[in-house]
Design a protein around this ligand. Structure first.
Ligand code: HEC
Length: 156
């Protein structure tokens, strides 16, 4: 009986180790893919607004508002199911998340809140006029850079 228990325990330990060491854990890879999709959405809409701010694309209040609303919605997604521990760069394929996201969770949250505030302000500014959009663009861009500098690792 003792021997049987020992064998069962050994088998469990191997199974747990295989799970923890797996780079192909579908739940963890799913979180990395989903947050990169979120960042792509953020990048697309920021690009639309940035194009208007620079004058590359003609300003249009309705289009700017639509882009800003999607941007703010993407920025406000609940982070709890996207930034899961164990998904840092090196642990899961495709991740560029620095371990500091978890070791300095308060700092990461602060940067995420900067983005939320800047994009919420953009919703009002984008529909006002081009000058207001341009003025709001600074805080949006600054929040991207601040977070990437501290919490995004080098290209894979
Ligand atoms: C709170 C932190 C934070 C903020 C704010 C932030 N990002 Fe990111 N972003 C990240 C991290 C971390 C990654 C890498 C995620 C990974 O690979 O798991 C990333 C990845 C990206 C990517 C790559 C997506 C891909 O498909 O590989 C793009 C594009 C991007 N961010 C754009 C932006 C833009 C534009 C802004 C500002 C409007 C922004 N981000 C704001 C943390 C942030």
């Amino acid at each position: 009986m003792t021997r049987l228990f020992g064998l069962t325990l050994a088998a469990c330990t191997v199974a747990v180790a295989a799970f923890a060491g797996s780079h192909a854990n579908p739940a963890l890879k799913g979180a990395v893919d989903a947050r990169n999709a979120q960042m792509s959405m953020i990048g697309y809409h920021t690009g639309l607004l940035g194009g208007m701010a620079k004058g590359d694309v003609p300003y249009d209040a309705a289009t700017a508002t639509a882009a800003a609303e999607n941007l703010a919605a993407a920025a406000a997604m609940n982070r709890a199911v996207l930034w899961i521990e164990g998904t840092e760069q090196g642990a899961v394929e495709g991740s560029r998340a620095k371990p500091e996201i978890w070791s300095d969770a308060a700092g990461f949250e602060e940067k995420a809140m900067m983005l939320e505030a800047a994009t919420a302000a953009m919703v009002t500014a984008a529909g006002t006029d081009l000058d207001a959009l341009r003025a709001a663009m600074g805080d949006v861009g600054a929040s991207c850079g601040a977070c990437h500098k501290a919490y995004r690792g080098p290209r894979n």
